[in-house]
Write a new protein. Structure first.
Ligand SMILES: [Zn+2]
Ligand SMILES: [Zn+2]
Length: 306
């Protein structure tokens, strides 16, 4: 079988949900509030770090980038291709020799810096229970775009979202735009959800880009799920029996109130979705009478007059 020699080289971008408000609520309730099965933040973080080491051990040319997702901001925590920390923290050559120690220390240090900045930045925000997944997806796609424009051979790029906090309906449009640009660039999005609810955004993202969606039944064994399912490169996946989606929640959010809806009105010009009938579309400015609007269920759109 003819194979691309770069098939096995992966560029993984890990989106790590470190929203301090979500994990703080979890710690306060002893693991009952968000259903993460008693998975505490430090345990979650350790499992993620071991996964990062695992990816880099599997193939010495594998590359990984970690992006932290907070409630209002997101930031690069680590890039395995950089010799020094991305956000200005320099690593001496002495520290580089004991890579294993310095990598863990480097990631932990940048995560702590991020969380303290995040708490500062979120003081005015009222949406602290949600994470800025749209922001970190955009950062991941920009990073991958830079890699794909760089010198050949290109690694196979994929994004893994490790998410705990629930979907933010107000981010619907930006998340969907990120998903479609990932699909266009052939970037696979995988998702591992450790919160109590399924994530409709990530179900749609994995469905559209051909990635794996998983909500571990026992989140305290997160590391095993990460190693068994999400370390697999895109080439090997065709030979493996990986978890199949049980179903995808295709519900959309209305553009007017950013609420998740089952049925709504769709603009026949720009396909914007509204929960109520409007005389003019707030997105493209098209005017229509009531007979021109059609109701929509899930992703099924009906063209006017059909
Ligand atoms: Zn609405
Ligand atoms: Zn419109």
């Amino acid at each position: 079988m003819a194979r691309n020699p770069t098939d096995d080289v992966s560029q993984v971008v890990l989106l790590l949900d470190v929203n301090p408000f979500f994990w703080g609520a979890e710690a306060a309730s002893g693991g009952r509030s968000n259903g993460s099965g008693g998975l505490a933040f430090d345990q979650y973080f350790q499992h993620a770090l071991m996964f990062v080491n695992g990816i880099l051990l599997l193939n010495h040319t594998n590359r990984i980038v970690i992006i932290a997702t907070g409630s209002s901001t997101c930031a690069f925590l680590y890039d395995s291709t950089a010799t020094d920390g991305i956000n200005g923290s320099s690593v001496t050559s002495k520290a580089n020799k004991k890579t294993q120690v310095s990598r863990t220390e480097l990631i932990t240090k940048s995560m702590q810096e991020f969380v303290s900045k995040e708490e500062e930045a979120s003081k005015e925000s009222s949406q602290i229970q949600y994470s800025n997944i749209s922001g970190s997806l955009s950062m991941a796609l920009c990073y991958i775009q830079r890699v794909l424009r760089g010198p050949l051979p290109h690694p196979q790029a994929r994004i893994l979202c490790l998410q705990g906090s629930p979907d933010a309906p107000y981010q619907y449009i930006s998340v969907m735009n990120s998903i479609f640009s990932a699909q266009r660039n052939g970037v696979v999005i995988d998702a591992c959800v450790v919160g109590s609810q399924h994530s409709a955004f990530l179900q749609q993202a994995t469905h559209i880009t051909g990635g794996i969606y998983m909500k571990p039944p026992q989140p305290d064994g997160l590391f095993e799920y990460l190693m068994m399912v999400f370390t697999t490169d895109l080439f090997s996946r065709q030979f493996l029996q990986l978890p199949r989606p049980v179903g995808v929640d295709f519900r959309a959010s209305c553009f007017c109130h950013k609420k998740t809806i089952d049925m709504g009105f769709v603009c026949s010009v720009c396909l914007s979705i509204f929960c109520k009938h409007h005389q003019t579309c707030s997105t493209c400015g098209a005017t229509f009478s009531r007979s021109n609007s059609t109701t929509v269920t899930g992703m099924k759109r009906k063209a006017p007059g059909s």
